[in-house]
Design a protein. Structure first.
Length: 313
C-alpha cells in the first residue's frame, strides 16, 4: 500500500516537474520579437535589435508570460472610399499600406495587438488621404504629381504611427477612379472637348491649305508670265535674226533671193491637193517657168531673135 502511494506520488512529482519545465521554456523565432511580462509588468524585450538573438529562453512559470510579435513587414489593405479633391471632384480611392513593428514595448502599451493596430493605422491613413487629396487636383493625383502625394501621405502617417511603435514602410493608392455616376458626364465632356479641338485643328489646317494653294497659284501665274515673256523675247530675237540674215542674203544676190522665194511659193502653192489656181500663164507667178532668168514676158526677146542674156545660173 505504501509502495503504491509512493509510486503515485513520484509520478505526480515528475509530472509536475515536467509541466513546470515546459511552462518555463519558450522560443523566439528569427522573424519574431517578444515581451516577457511579469504579472502584467514588462520584464524584458527579446530579439528587438541585433544584440538579441532568437532561440530558447526561460521564464518563471505561472508568474511570467510571453507575448510574441511579428518582426516581418505586415500589410494593411484599406477599403475603397470616396474623397473630394481640390477641384471639387469626387474620386474613389483604393489604397494599401505596409508596416513593421519597430518598438514592441510601445506597441504593446498603445494598441496591444495587430488587429487594433490595423484599425488605428486605417484611421490615420484615411485622414491623411482626405487632407492631402483635398489640396490636390484630379490630374495631379492621377497623373502628374502622384509620387509626391504618396510620399507626403507616407510621411504624415509615419509621424502618427511612430507613437504606436510602428514604422510605415510604404503607402500606395492602387486605384483612383471617378464614381460610376460621374463617369458618363465626364466622358461626354471629354468627348466634346476633343471634338472641339479636332474642329479647331481642321479649321487651322484648312486655312493653311488655302494659303499654300493661293501662294502656289500665284507662283504658277508669275512663272508662266515670266516664261511667256522670255519666249516672246526669244521669238522676237529669232525673227529679228532671221530677217537680218534674209536681208543680208537679199542684199548680196537679189536675183537668187527672188528665185529662192519663187521656188518656195511654187512648193507651197502647187502641192498635191484640190487647190485650183485661175491665173494667166504669163503672170509673174510663172515667170521662172517661161524664162530661166525670171524675166517678165514684156522683157523677153521675141522668138527667133537674139538678145543679150545673162549667164545661166
Amino acid at each position: 500500500m505504501n509502495a503504491q502511494a509512493l509510486r503515485t506520488g513520484l509520478l505526480v512529482l515528475v509530472a509536475g516537474i515536467a509541466v513546470a519545465l515546459y511552462a518555463s521554456v519558450f522560443t523566439v523565432g528569427q522573424m519574431q520579437q517578444a515581451l516577457v511580462l511579469q504579472l502584467g509588468r514588462v520584464r524584458a524585450v527579446l530579439n528587438q535589435t541585433n544584440e538579441d538573438r532568437p532561440g530558447l529562453y526561460f521564464k518563471v512559470p505561472f508568474v511570467e508570460n510571453v507575448v510574441l510579435f511579428d518582426k516581418r513587414v505586415l500589410d494593411l489593405d484599406l477599403p475603397v472610399q470616396t474623397l473630394l479633391t481640390a477641384d471639387r471632384q469626387n474620386l474613389e480611392v483604393d489604397a494599401f499600406a505596409r508596416y513593421r513593428i519597430t518598438d514592441p514595448l510601445r506597441f504593446y502599451q498603445s494598441v496591444n495587438n495587430v488587429g487594433l493596430a490595423n484599425q488605428r493605422l486605417q484611421s490615420f491613413i484615411n485622414s491623411s488621404l482626405r487632407n492631402v487629396l483635398a489640396r490636390s487636383d484630379r490630374d495631379a493625383i492621377i497623373k502628374t504629381d502622384r509620387n509626391r502625394i504618396m510620399d507626403e501621405i507616407q510621411k504624415d502617417v509615419n509621424r502618427q504611427a511612430n507613437a504606436l511603435g510602428i514604422e510605415i514602410v510604404d503607402v500606395r493608392m492602387t486605384r483612383v477612379d471617378l464614381p460610376a455616376q460621374n463617369s458618363s458626364a465626364v466622358y461626354k465632356r471629354m468627348k466634346t472637348e476633343r471634338e472641339r479641338e479636332a474642329a479647331d485643328i481642321r479649321a487651322n489646317g484648312e486655312q493653311i491649305a488655302v494659303t499654300i494653294r493661293a501662294k502656289a497659284d500665284r507662283e504658277v501665274t508669275v512663272i508662266l508670265a515670266e516664261a511667256q515673256q522670255t519666249a516672246e523675247q526669244l521669238r522676237g530675237q529669232g525673227d529679228a535674226e532671221r530677217n537680218r540674215i534674209l536681208a543680208e542674203a537679199f542684199g548680196k544676190d537679189a536675183d537668187f533671193f527672188a528665185f529662192y522665194r519663187s521656188m518656195q511659193a511654187y512648193e507651197t502653192g502647187l502641192k498635191s491637193n484640190d487647190t485650183r489656181l485661175v491665173i494667166s500663164p504669163n503672170s509673174d507667178f510663172f515667170r521662172y517657168f517661161n524664162d530661166p532668168q525670171g524675166r517678165p514676158a514684156t522683157a523677153r526677146p521675141a522668138p527667133g531673135t537674139t538678145g543679150s542674156t545673162a549667164p545661166a545660173r
